[in-house]
Design a protein. Sequence first.
Length: 241
Amino acid sequence: MTTAFVVMFMAGIVTGFSKFSVGGMGLIILPIVMIAFPGPEALGALLPLYIITDVMAACSYRKNISWRVLARFLPLAFIGLLIGSYLLADLNADQFVTLLGVIIISMILLGLYLDARPSNFMQKPITAYFMGLAGGLVTMVANAAGPLFSLFLMEQKLSKDSYVSTRAWAFLIIDVIKLPMYLGLGLLTQESLTIGAYALPGLLIGALIGYHFLKHVTPAHFKWLIRLMSCIAAMKLMFFS
């Protein structure tokens, strides 16, 4: 059993679990893949998996979508995607690893900061614009905007069903738009599709676990575990790659 298969299988489990539960685990997934595929090429291996799980999640959660909330932050997210594509075009592998580590740490610190803010802070229009722009940039460069969008959506006073449905459709729309951008950057190739296929068994297992797990927890139950694992992943990338 090759390292690539084991790494992608594990990434598939985490991806499926995250997409079908409360999300926010994107900070962990990319570092896992980079064990076998250091550099921006790891993004190309992950995007097809994200789109598959996005479609599965969007079909499973078709009701209670808050289009009003999506309309507030998606337009700026598209601008963030364009900015991120320009950044990726000029990054080498070492720069990418460093940038990813900085992004992960920044997302953790932002989450801690937002935890201490009054809840109405996240409901202001300017916050929606910032979250959209920053989320688009981060998801393009690091596939790690899950915590950012999850933090934003959790504070919109949505029901659990509406939160999950709105998040699922937000990522489906964003990831489909990323597809031609990754193609243009040369990150999505026949090789990356083959590598991504290794994750499909794990993807199905993780999706099944996440779907049933969601019925018994709230997002706050394992937020700190995600932050701890993400911090360890960032330290690994920045200092031990």
